[in-house]
Design a protein around this ligand. Structure first.
Ligand code: FAQ
Length: 323
């Protein structure tokens, strides 16, 4: 790894960040920068993988073939996002086996949102609309993150997330324009997913221990509260278009600022979910552990095959040398 000898090595690094240069895997970087990125990228990867479970629950029960195909493709996209992100974490020296071990033992964090149940088909619409909508709001600025491999992975992820958001909104629109019962299902899903979606952006800025440093390193480009506010401003008119009511009696447009003011988030609930006590935390980890154990033979077979190919190549090379 390139190691500048100058004693202002940290200053030089910060100057590169300030000049909007991209940091690449072989560049020198402070250990804390590397650790922060491994933490954020691996939590992000775990979120994509665990995030397949609530929607996967509805693949066999999608109401039509068209809906089933779209949902299958979406859930598969999330697996792909997880894989790009684990690869990005590996460029920082993290071992994938260790990251997965931390997930299935409950040591690693993943997004709080995926610990809520999907009770009706309308929840699939609400996830696409709100959860993917929140994910896009957070991830578009990550395309300009200072760390090259993470920023580049985010470009494709965001394109796919925007398709996901539209398929979710279209499900909501269909239900909202359907029978009274269907509209009620859509409203019920909005009621249950609204507040957890706002929690996805993380604690308020005053309580966010990583934001200041991550902003200085240009890993984060906006604070948690800034992105949450943007999400509310964009999403409330979408709810109005659907003819649905956002479940927040304090919600009102401030004509002077042009922003929606909204009620207090239940932070006790948020931290409880983050600490593993949400409605589905145990179920999610159990499902991931089962998949990991049942997939052991695939990993073993892949390794054995790679070893067989390596030996064959070696033998062929030895033969050519003798000849
Ligand atoms: N859930 O100081 P901050 C998706 C933790 S992907 C759980 O503010 P930071 C796609 C945080 O890790 C969704 N924990 O932290 C999809 C830290 O804990 P630590 C995931 C949370 O990093 C859609 C502590 O609280 N997206 O949805 C949460 O500066 C549909 C203090 O917080 C990403 O991961 C939370 N909501 O800001 C898939 C995006 N919030 O590590 C399937 C990348 C905070 O000190 C279906 N990540 N914590 O033990 C980020 O942008 C940032 O990491 C934040 C948190 C904004 C999430």
């Amino acid at each position: 790894m390139d190691q500048p000898t100058n004693h202002t090595i940290e200053d030089q690094f910060q100057a590169r960040i300030d000049a909007e240069e991209r940091i690449e895997p072989k560049d020198w970087m402070p250990e804390a920068y590397r650790k922060t990125l491994i933490r954020q990228i691996s939590q992000h990867a775990h979120s994509e993988i665990v995030g397949m479970l609530p929607e996967g629950n509805w693949i066999t029960r999608a109401p039509s073939l068209r809906r089933k195909v779209a949902l299958l493709a979406k859930v598969q996209d999330e697996a792909g996002h997880g894989l790009y992100l684990y690869s990005a974490a590996e460029t920082l020296g993290a071992e994938r086996d260790e990251l997965l071990e931390e997930l299935i033992t409950g040591k690693a964090k993943y997004s709080s949102i995926f610990n809520y149940p999907t009770l009706t088909w309308a929840d699939i619409g609400a996830i696409g609309w709100l959860v993917d909508g929140a994910a896009i709001m957070n991830q578009v600025p990550l395309c300009r993150c200072s760390y090259g491999p993470y920023a580049r992975a985010m470009v494709r992820v965001c394109k796919e997330e925007s398709f996901h958001q539209r398929q979710g909104y279209e499900i909501m629109l269909t239900l909202a324009r359907g029978t009274a019962t269907q509209k009620q299902m859509a409203q019920d899903a909005l009621n249950r997913w609204w507040w957890p979606s706002l929690m996805m952006f993380g604690p308020n800025d005053a309580d966010s221990k990583h934001t200041a440093q991550s902003m200085a390193w240009k890993i984060k480009r906006f604070t948690n509260d800034e992105l949450r506010q943007r999400f509310v401003d964009i999403t409330v008119p979408q709810a109005e278009f659907l003819g649905l009511t956002v479940p927040d009696p304090s919600l009102r447009l401030n004509e002077e600022t042009g922003h929606y003011e909204f009620g207090e988030i239940n932070w006790d609930e948020f931290w409880q979910v983050v600490k593993g006590e949400g409605p589905c935390n145990r179920q999610r980890l159990k499902a991931r552990r089962k998949a990991h154990e049942e997939g052991a033979w695939v990993r073993d077979a892949a390794l054995a095959y790679a070893e067989k190919r390596r030996k064959r190549k070696e033998a062929a090379a030895a033969k050519t040398q003798v000849a």
